[in-house]
Write a protein that binds this ligand. Sequence first.
Ligand SMILES: O=C([C@H](O)CO)[C@H](O)[C@H](O)COP(=O)(O)O
Length: 217
Amino acid sequence: MFQIALDILTKQEAKELLTPKMLNTVDIVEIGTPLIIRYGLSIVEQIKDWIKGDKILFADTKIADAGHWETCEAISSGANMVSVLAGASFNTLEEVRDATQLNQAKMVVDIIDLSLSDESKIKFINTLNPDYLCIHLATDVVKKGGSLLEFSRQLSFVSSRRLPLMVAGGIHPQNLLDILKNIQPAVVVAGSSITKASDPELEAQNMRRIIDETILY
Ligand SMILES: O=C([C@H](O)CO)[C@H](O)[C@H](O)COP(=O)(O)O
């Protein structure tokens, strides 16, 4: 699947990006953490209202604590999918799992730059059986020239993975094929490569074509 991430934008810019063509090109609309920080969870409700379709809405909440409460808040704002940090406590991860299951929503565990060298943590995450494990290179690392592919090579669990993977962080048409071939993700996330492109619809369509032609998932 293909996901657009709406991050460091204004409400108006986010709205302008969500054209019918864009919505036909992507499977999931991510309301990024920066947008939630800027406008609160009410932005999820607004986007749900604008797009008026059955798109999956992913609130990138990056929950670190208060798992049940924060998950329920995001879901009641209209999100079908929420994220929790892999670095959160076992109890928090479990609360997010229970709250998403209870509400038929999806759970993403975001490892954001955590090596997960802690075997007991990765084993525990596997037992929770989240919908996706997100291999995520932080924006601040991407800015300094970091590579998602190199990062993923340091993660021993990628080859022995048991969970569907989501990939995020600096993905653009030029590195997409390598990422697809080497990681074989279930979900590809693209934020700034689309939102900052001179023609966002065309950029998204290019990436969609590469994904569809590769069909690894
Ligand atoms: O989740 C994200 C990041 O933590 C900022 O909130 C981004 O959506 C994700 O990293 C994708 O961003 P791009 O590198 O701009 O594609």
